[in-house]
Design a protein around this ligand. Structure first.
Ligand SMILES: Cc1cc2nc3c(=O)[nH]c(=O)nc-3n(C[C@H](O)[C@H](O)[C@H](O)COP(=O)(O)OP(=O)(O)OC[C@H]3O[C@@H](n4cnc5c(N)ncnc54)[C@H](O)[C@@H]3O)c2cc1C
Length: 373
């Protein structure tokens, strides 16, 4: 994976690709194809498959505070590791060489998982080392963006080692990946020079927590989540993420998100408070793990009516309702359209106001023709 301007990771050919390898790539690359198959009792057009839907948090207060929202992903990883379900975890953490960037890490202890907790709104490629993780002795849990997990599930159909070695796949809802240039703009806004930064976190250390640069002299500069995401990063999201049909992690065993509380205007409130996650068990394996972690006292959950999710995630709901009109816009503009299967795009589109649907279509056709998308 190579960084290309303005700072997105793209696959680069490093040697000849056989016709067979090319077919395997085409079958698994989430830029080309996303497919969800499920037998879950719930399969919602906006929120995907579910065996359990709830809000929750890790009872370990230190981990809950360190994590992005309620620390559910991290505590499930700790549980999986400490009960022997897995021998290691493949996840994403801060890159020690580029503090605003990411690298993939192998975690084998509570402290490793603690140190990798928290969302990092920067490019990541946790599957780039898949062959290495598969070659390592033992089984592992995988944490990734929805596209990473759907790619791993797709590869599992062709590679039996994956079912054997990866008993747990976790994802988070994903609003998309901003560019490295966008990440750097936070430092500019904070008035901080890149070479002075010792470490950087995007959020966590509270809910939602602050984008915080810690400088080499020990001082810190920080920016609210509403400013870092709302004013800077959300404007830098790459195009593929804007046509993502599965930003809710439908292929994962469990997907987590922010269980934001709505404010008086019906928008999610980003006031600092104790972290709370939205938790969706999407497979029987995920539901069983949640039950076990709850019984072990590591996790508390409260069931949630599916109709409540839209109050926490209004932007994700709108994106899903408008995917079909965006794909239609791409086809009209002569762009290749990815193959999406099993995500109830028509049912989601039927929930959109026709005027907003038309605006989404026309707006994207215009941006594509003008070369702005
Ligand atoms: C790019 C991005 C976009 C997001 N968009 C949304 C959204 O639209 N709506 C929403 O509700 N939530 C979104 N989240 C997820 C949200 O911030 C929380 O991660 C989620 O609530 C789970 O919280 P937690 O406390 O259980 O996670 P934690 O316990 O803090 O665990 C987070 C896990 O995510 C992994 N991780 C962090 N950054 C990355 C990355 N860039 N790539 C791969 N893995 C990573 C870490 O290794 C860790 O295992 C997004 C996160 C990211 C990274």
């Amino acid at each position: 994976m190579a960084m290309v301007a303005p700072g997105y990771l793209r696959p680069q050919e490093s040697g000849p690709v056989s016709a067979e390898q090319d077919r395997a790539i085409a079958a698994a690359c989430p830029g080309l194809t996303v497919k969800i198959t499920t037998t879950a009792p719930i399969d919602d057009p906006l929120w995907g498959p579910a065996y359990f839907i709830g809000t929750g948090f890790a009872t370990d207060q230190r981990l809950r505070h360190q994590a992005s929202s309620g620390g559910v992903i991290s505590v499930l990883l700790v549980h999986a590791l400490e009960t022997g379900l897995v021998d290691f975890v493949v996840q994403t953490a801060a890159d020690p060489l580029v503090p605003t960037g990411n690298h993939t890490v192998v975690s084998t202890s509570y402290e490793d998982i603690f140190n990798a907790a928290g969302s990092r709104y920067a490019t990541s490629a946790p599957l780039a080392g898949l062959e290495d993780w598969l070659a390592r002795p033992g089984r592992f849990a995988f944490v990734g963006k929805p596209c990473d997990v759907s790619a791993l599930r797709a590869r599992a159909a062709a590679d039996p080692r994956i079912a054997e070695k990866v008993p747990l796949m976790l994802a988070f809802f994903c609003a998309g990946i901003p560019s490295a240039a966008g990440n750097g703009r936070i430092l500019d806004r904070l008035g901080v020079k890149r070479e002075d930064v010792a470490s950087f976190r995007y959020r966590g250390d509270g809910w939602p927590g602050f984008a915080t640069a810690t400088l080499k002299d020990g001082t810190t500069c920080r920016m609210s989540y509403a400013d870092s995401w709302g004013q800077i990063l959300s404007k830098e999201v790459q195009f593929r993420c804007k046509i993502c049909p599965d930003a809710v992690g439908g292929s994962a065993d469990i997907a987590c998100a922010d269980a934001w509380y709505g404010d008086d205007r019906g928008y999610p409130s980003f006031e600092e408070q104790d972290g709370r996650s939205l938790v969706m068990a999407r497979t029987g394996i995920g539901a069983a793990l949640l039950k076990e972690a709850r019984a072990a006292g590591r996790l508390e959950t409260t069931p949630l009516d599916i109709g409540e999710i839209i109050k926490m995630q209004p932007h994700q709901a709108r994106r899903k309702r408008q995917i079909l009109s965006r794909l239609a816009a791409m086809a009209v503009a002569g762009r290749p359209v990815p193959r999406y299967r099993g995500m109830k795009l028509w049912a989601a589109a039927a929930r959109e106001n026709p005027l907003d649907q038309a605006r989404s279509f026309v707006g994207l056709v215009r941006r594509l023709i003008q070369g702005r998308a």
